[in-house]
Write a protein that binds this ligand. Structure first.
Ligand code: FE2
Length: 216
């Protein structure tokens, strides 16, 4: 072996070593990324009035020509397990307040107006690669108790046979009220990372949210 080819050989070996070490690091990082999504209380406003239209587009109700009031947003979601493997055919049941912060629920004490064109409740399935998506409006903040204002959030119940059912709430990054929310601030910094959707696009305004389920 000539000197120069030996140098190349040694160099390649070193690169291989680094690559192996790096992939170990990546795996360690993955394990952190795939912590199960923290659960959160269901809250009192899970819909109790039956409704026919529960499709992925919450900005319009079937049979009505109007469109929901508020900032239209899209959520690009994914359901994974703790190994990072996609979970297909999970049922993603979600509900939220309208843009004014009002739930379509008979017990919501908020005097903010209802929006007759806002669907407010959707049930979608995760598909290929565990992906799902839905269109909605940015939920309004609403008063909880005392001077506590709930930040914009969406409630989720995610289920699939063989996995622990998850009930949680999803938040939006860059919302000032996140910092003073009594529920969200009870979580650790790492848990909060898993509960806040990241803005990935402005036009149309799109957020990414990853749900991690635990196997039974
Ligand atoms: Fe809520």
């Amino acid at each position: 072996m000539s000197d120069s080819s030996r140098r190349t050989f040694i160099k390649a070996g070193m690169v291989g070593g680094f690559a192996a070490a790096f992939s170990k690091l990546t795996r360690a990082a993955d394990a952190t990324v795939h912590l199960p999504t923290p659960s959160e209380i269901e809250g009192p406003f899970y819909p109790i009035t039956p409704q026919k239209d529960k499709d992925f587009d919450m900005t319009q109700i079937e049979g009505k020509s109007g469109v929901a009031r508020g900032r239209k947003i899209t959520i690009e979601g994914r359901v994974l397990d703790t190994d990072g493997q996609p979970v297909e055919d999970a049922t993603v049941d979600l509900w939220q307040a309208n843009a004014a912060g009002r739930y379509r629920h008979p017990h919501d004490p908020n005097p903010a107006p209802l929006d007759p064109n806002f669907q407010g409740w959707a049930i979608v399935q995760s598909g290929r690669q565990g992906r799902f998506h839905f269109k909605t409006v940015l939920p309004g903040a609403y008063p909880a108790s005392g001077n506590w204002m709930r930040p914009p959030h969406i409630h989720f119940r995610v289920s699939k046979r063989g996995y622990l059912e998850l009930v949680t709430q999803m938040y939006f990054e860059e919302q000032e009220l996140n910092e003073s929310d009594l529920l969200l601030m009870r979580k650790s910094e790492m848990e909060r990372q898993g509960m806040v959707a990241r803005r990935i696009k402005d036009e149309p305004e799109t957020y990414r949210y990853t749900i991690v389920l635990q196997k039974l």
